[in-house]
Design a protein around this ligand. Structure first.
Ligand code: HEC
Ligand code: HEC
Length: 369
């Protein structure tokens, strides 16, 4: 048993007997879980529960949300959608070229599919729906459902798709405080193939989701246009400008840095609409639970813990605050309301919030009364 687990974790055991393969003639099943069309507009009453994802989504209607069962949508356009998806994407064992610039071409996808099945599918599942029957059942936050094309930890802009480099950072470091592990021990080339395969599943899933959503509102989706739009959003993210370098604010104990922390704290607790404290109440010790685009529940980070899923470097925090995390409703902080300096001040405060000795005395007294 232990030996089998070790063998399964060995990278690159190309021809080994334990190599997971896809059943011959296996096709992606049509999406059968409920579509979330509208979220309730109040805070979530309780956190997500492991293994209860579909039940959580089904409960949204009673709370003022709107969900739909895809099976209740007109059958003919759904059959056309399945035909279109198979023609455009193929199957896991026989994928089709999706994008040259994104390296989503047959040889990459074939190899990516194989590695993904071994390292990712237990949690993210074969379709990328995040409902892996093995480990996926036991985790909160739930493993990510890629099929809405929504990702949290991006550096490419507000509401933008992740760059490949963003996915690779997630695979290298894992997402701290969640079940998403680090894959730093695998060769970079393998990580890149798996990130590419996750992108392929995300594009396929988003086209399917957008088409079903259109059908649910009585519209007739233009499938080739949806495909083109989705692929080009991913291609565009690769060319987005790099993040700016952090300003030289000195060491945490320097006057300059302390002033930046003080200004950041003031912005954090400001009594304005949608300021940080409205969600990260008591600096996140009393987080206001939010429904996210998947219809599950996200918990605003507890900043006094200093655990950041998307990384703790100043530039990581800059990207989170400047561009927001749209899938969980965390807003972007952009000019004219927030200057670049404001965003860096917030970064300096967030960096120091878990280290009382780095806070100026007045701020320390407010955060640690
Ligand atoms: C043990 C379970 C587990 C395994 C194995 C796993 N993941 Fe995850 N993954 C998660 C969880 C849980 C999350 C969601 C964390 C969250 O949203 O807070 C996640 C999130 C992600 C995200 C979303 C990042 C973002 O920016 O929003 C990506 C991409 C991802 N995983 C890719 C992969 C790939 C590729 C593999 C295989 C190499 C993999 N994961 C293996 C559990 C897992
Ligand atoms: C509308 C609610 C909301 C507002 C307003 C909000 N956040 Fe968040 N924030 C969230 C949620 C929800 C998460 C958790 C995302 C996740 O992990 O799934 C989060 C996560 C974070 C994280 C952790 C990122 C990581 O890598 O784990 C930081 C840092 C953060 N917020 C800072 C801020 C700051 C600073 C402000 C104000 C400028 C702010 N937030 C405003 C809801 C909000």
């Amino acid at each position: 048993m232990v030996l089998a687990a070790l063998v399964a974790l060995q990278p690159g055991c190309g021809g080994c007997a334990k190599e997971p393969t896809y059943p011959p003639n296996f096709s992606f099943p049509a999406r059968a879980d409920r579509l979330v069309l509208k979220l309730p507009d109040k805070p979530a009453p309780k956190p997500s529960t492991a293994g209860q994802r579909d039940e959580e989504v089904a409960a949204l209607d009673a709370l003022g949300g709107v969900t739909r069962d895809p099976a209740a949508l007109p059958a003919q356009p759904r059959a056309e959608l399945s035909t279109f998806l198979e023609a455009a994407f193929g199957t896991p064992a026989d994928p089709k070229d999706v994008s040259e610039p994104l390296k989503l071409t047959v040889p990459h996808l074939q190899e990516g599919a194989r590695l993904y099945k071994r390292h990712c599918a237990d949690c993210h599942n074969i379709t990328g729906d995040g409902r892996g029957a093995k480990s996926g059942q036991f985790l909160v936050p739930h493993p990510r459902d890629y099929r809405q094309g929504a990702f949290k930890f991006v550096t490419s802009g507000e509401g933008a798709k992740p760059r490949r480099a963003d996915l690779l950072r997630t695979l290298e470091n894992g997402l701290k405080g969640t079940g998403m592990p680090s894959f730093a021990l695998l060769p970079l080339g393998e990580r890149d193939l798996m990130a590419g395969y996750a992108t392929y599943l995300a594009i396929r899933g988003e086209v399917e989701f957008a088409a079903l959503k259109a059908l649910a509102t009585g519209a007739r989706p233009d499938l080739p246009a949806l495909l083109k739009e989705t692929v080009s959003a991913w291609e565009k993210a690769e060319g987005a400008p790099a993040l700016p370098a952090p300003p030289p604010d000195g060491e945490p104990e320097s006057r300059e840095h302390q002033e930046a922390v003080r200004r950041g704290h003031k912005l954090f607790v400001a009594k304005v609409e949608n300021s940080c404290v409205t969600c990260h109440e008591d600096y996140g010790r009393k987080p206001v639970l939010r429904f996210d685009v998947w219809g599950t529940v996200s918990k605003p980070a507890t900043l006094t813990d200093g655990v950041f899923k998307g990384g703790a470097r100043p530039e990581d925090l800059y990207a989170r605050i400047r561009y927001g995390i749209p899938s969980v409703g965390m807003p972007a902080h952009a000019p004219p309301k927030y200057s670049e300096r404001d965003v860096w001040d917030l970064v300096r405060f967030v960096q120091s919030a878990s280290k009382p000795k780095d806070l100026p005395p007045d701020v320390r007294a407010a955060v640690y009364p």
